[in-house]
Write a protein of this length. Sequence first.
Length: 335
Amino acid sequence: MATVSSKVLCSVCNKGKGTFKCEGCSEIFCPKHSIDHRSDLSKKLEEIEVTHDLAYKTLIQQTQNLRQHSLIQKIDQWEYQSIEKIRLMADEARNQLLKGITEHTTDIKKKLQDLSDELRQGREDNDYLEGDLQQWIEKLEELKLELLNPVNIVIQEDSAPLVTRIRIDHQDTSNTFEPVYNNLFTQENGRLVMKDDSQIRTEIRGKNEYQIGSHTIRFRIEQLVQDGWIAFGIISKSEPTQNNSYTSSSSYGWSNQNQIYIGGELNNEETIEIIQDDIVELFIDCDQRKIELKSERSDRTMELSIDIDKCAFPWQYYINLHGANTHIRILNPSD
């Protein structure tokens, strides 16, 4: 029986004269189309080189004139808008004050005129005694004090700031969860943590360490049973990983069931509701030694001051999970 030999066909023209194999894409080409394929690769390399050159040019321009950096310009815009707000408010306050002072001086002028008439009348009639003199002296003293310190005009400052404070926040794109503890496993290069179907409390920590600056980490609660318990906070890296790390002496954080942990001690106070599909933001400020937890759904924020003697640097953030099949994802800054 004759053996039928199978020809290797060119992936472009489908003719049986393919003699070249590309080790990159594993396609077979005939001599003509192998040259075309190589030319296509060369063009793509040129495009990459052009993109690289543009990126490098932009980098050089930014380093030569950092004041023109887009983020610096955002601060410049905040500064201008803040100054403009203060200027407008100051102008409004000055106008109100000038109006009040004018009315006040008019009133004082009238009172002085009335007193002047009394003095003149008393001299013309030669009708005054010691009591009258004392009364006129007291009136003059009152008018002098009122002229220098108007009793009906007071300058006060509102408790709410006219200008919001600006801060530089580092949003770590490399943030991932640490290698997992019991009953947990991660996916997507450590950006998604999932708990098994047990009802045992357990802990997951962030891989990054924090000891300077401020940092924001955003999480999406992708799966959480109804009334499921979850806690967010920070802990000293020196503390060993454990199921109930929220009770550790360096733990500061909140659960979603009205529990606040300060140095591991429980305080039963109202906290933020956290349910499935919520996005929560953990803000870590090492310089000010505080942390904040914000729910984007409710727009509520809670804050805790950190005692550095109890929670020594470096810090890590932790999440304690309890409900079965809970899923938590670390979000990118652009998400």
